[in-house]
Ligand binder design. Sequence first.
Ligand code: MG
Length: 354
Amino acid sequence: MTDAPVTIEGLACPVPLTHGEQIVMGHGSGGKMTHDLIRKTFLPCFDNPALRAGDDAGVVRIDEKTRLAISTDMHTVQPLFFPGGDIGKLAVCGTVNDVAMVGARPLYLSAAFILEEGLEMDVLGKVVASMSETARTAGVQIVAGDTKVVQRGKADGLYINTTGIGILMPGIEVSGANACPGDVVIVSGSLGEHGMAVLAARGQLGLETDIQSDVAALNHVIAEVLERCPNVHVLRDPTRGGLGTTLNEIARQSQVNITLQEDQIPVRPEVEAACAILGFDPLYIANEGKFIAILPPGDAEIVLDILHKHALGRQAVVIGEVHADPPGRVLMKTSYGSTRIVEMLAGEILPRIC
Ligand code: MG
């Protein structure tokens, strides 16, 4: 590698030259390779405080009173329809949730479509109807959009990009950088259902299962939590890369240790069984309707009480706590009493699940 900065065809480029390195599927995993790609290629070129914060949405201040949260997401899931959802529902929920995860109230979305020549119009109609219904339920409006068509064979039916904008209430300061020693870690429900539901829809599980994707808009339940407990430090949805990767991101952002209790981590028996057969760890399987909340221990009871009364938080549970040392690390106290390191997802185990 050459040291930055370099010049490529007259453009000053802060990205180090890699001499032929190419994009591989792992760059889309949401795990370590995605993080390295962002850190080495995108961040040096686009660098600014909102992006550097490394949260699910960028937060920008417009004036004394107004802060906006902006997030964007591409959706390439295959197949387009799976148990519990479809690419349209995923595209709305994914962006609504990322805006909500910085403590903002999502208001408006844009939706952009890459359509493949030959796509059945009825398939598109069904996806768009699903987006409409999901947006209505989430209380957001889709106010802008774009459509491009590519030739047959150049896309898998359709891809969707959604961008969302939301507003932050005064006093709300939620970021992956705000976890403090002594805080507790709550997860809103059981893990791994989305990833395994998509695999089942592809016929790759090799067994009959009724696992449904958990895809859901979390903004209303998050709003309830923040109304009662504005002092929540961190919110994040463990999507691609799963809980293991998400907690590693937070441990690095906050420079803290997060220690989990293995026997507290909620996984449905059918997900556990499917993971065992395929050799997957549910810690790294994607969720699309769950979130992590990290907060002072005094608020844990209130948040659990809110979640237990909500359809999207019935199985919410404390799964760990935050310590000062070792900073940037996630540890797991196992059911056998030993402690192991939980790393960020390396490589790609389930491509194209969102
Ligand atoms: Mg997210």
